[in-house]
Design a binder for this molecule. Sequence first.
Ligand code: WTA
Length: 591
Amino acid sequence: MLHLTGDIVVEVLNTCAMYRFDEPMIDDLVNAWERDSLYQKWHKASVENVKQFWSTQTDCIYWQSLPTDVYDNGYWLINGKSNLYYNCVARHAIQTPDKVAFINYYDDPSMRKTITYRELDILVKKVVYLLIQKGIQKGDVVAFFMPTRIISIASMLACAYIGALHMVVFSGFSADVLAQRIKDSNAKLLLTLPTIRRGGKEIDLVKTINEVSKKLADNMPEVLYMNDIPDVPNVSLNIEWLNNQDEAFILYTSGTSGKFKGVVHATLPYMLYVSSTFKNIFAPKPDDVYFCTSDIGWITGHSYLVYAPLFWGLTSVIFDGTPLYPTPERYWEIIEREKVNIFYTAPTAIRSLKTYGDEYVTKHNLSSLRVLGSVGEPINETAWNWYFHIVGQKRCPIIDTWWQTETGGFILAPLRNMSQQPCVAGRPFYGVNVSIIDNQLVINNAWPGKYKRILNQNGMYNSVYKSGDTAKLVNGEIKITGRIDDVINVSGHRLCTADFERVLSTMPEIIESATVAIPHEITGQTIVVFAVLASDTISTHEELNIKIQQQLRKSIGAIAKPHKIIYLDDLPKTTTGKIERHKLRELALNN
Ligand code: WTA
């Protein structure tokens, strides 16, 4: 481990000892084979000696106090002290102050805004001052209901500065969802904006916030509208140097039981994991322009839009709009204009954009692209082919990254791009020991990105982490095939069929309901609702369809749009009263 205490890491990107290969040459089979055997050798060594591997990855972190041990008995980075803000902003503001940190594109195509590392540092400090004024301290939870913009990211980093936990809720979710999460996390403050725009439509967030306030009554935290932030008077703002157990954030996701769960990550191991995985898998160069299309409301937004690219001091494009507005060439225009080198998006976007034809892509010069990433759901063959041939012009490897909110960062990826087997997430990352047991992908050992705890749940120590995803081996690589539970994936968003059923159970017209997921060409999966109506229901099916859709939208959000609603006299059940979902699925597929 390098001794960097007290120093600024110079030339962070160039000096770090990383497990790096040369640039991918995907047509070169001999090299591919060599890379493959090298990977096998290194991976084997890394899981046999996990501590040794991770100690090679800590050098690029600025340590206020160096860890005395990288791993010991379930704990990472013993006695280390550091800070995410310092690593992601402060050091770059000193070393590369004029480098652009973010290029922000907006739903409004006429807008574009950039911010340098120096300016970002100043903005973060303004928010820090504001948070301190509001009494926010280390360990407090700050809720976010904000779009993917510079100010939102600066506010997340401001939380990191003082050791407060951010809890970001996707700004497309409903007041119900936001209220539940604020309550569950006991957030002390809510940061938002008065209005946002999506797909050309203005969305009034004040209205949503007022609804939340009504629902939460006395539990409603103070609301800060972040559109106008005062300057900081000349005061000293102390950075909180955090230890290995101090927490960075809470992010909610759908759990198996149908109840949302607040996944909590600890700062130091999380920083180690996202910085290492990003560097090794996307292999960014210092002057690269990186474009991740995720929203900050998801884990991809946290790990690979906010923290990892900033850690490495890169320039990133961020975008708060949709890929289709005002035309389906939004992404390609941005890539051409900003000369994006690494592009990271979701299969659902690829499938949807593909339906508009190749011309929107091919009329743009996308020759800057070098790496194409994919995340959120399995990428099917047509989408993979279009991404590879049309978007990447056969030059760029498709880096299909499999991971979860709980894993913090990439677990599987086609490491070093050796095989390019379409639609296969690839190999485990170094130091991660993965296997498939009873068709399920499991992780057998400890890795730094693993969540620390689930909020308000008593931890159970399991040495084997069960992912809930089913998987199989294809020529030595891992292909993700589905889920073992009722978690579903609509447009890369994790939902649970039980969420739908819970909402429907609140409607007086419906005495029983069941939802199943069926495959969908664009969104990956889609929902079919089965409902049994109360005998005194007077509404027509058409009226009820609208009511059900409104209720789901209100309670979950626009993502929760059922594909079809089918009314039955009874749900098919086993003699023991269990709903026979396979029968419903068949019915849904044939309807
Ligand atoms: C699915 C998103 C196949 C999977 C980062 C997982 C994927 C869930 C992939 C986690 C992929 C994510 N191939 N399936 N490359 N990436 N998934 O927590 O079912 O929002 O369990 O994290 O998305 O969703 P989450």
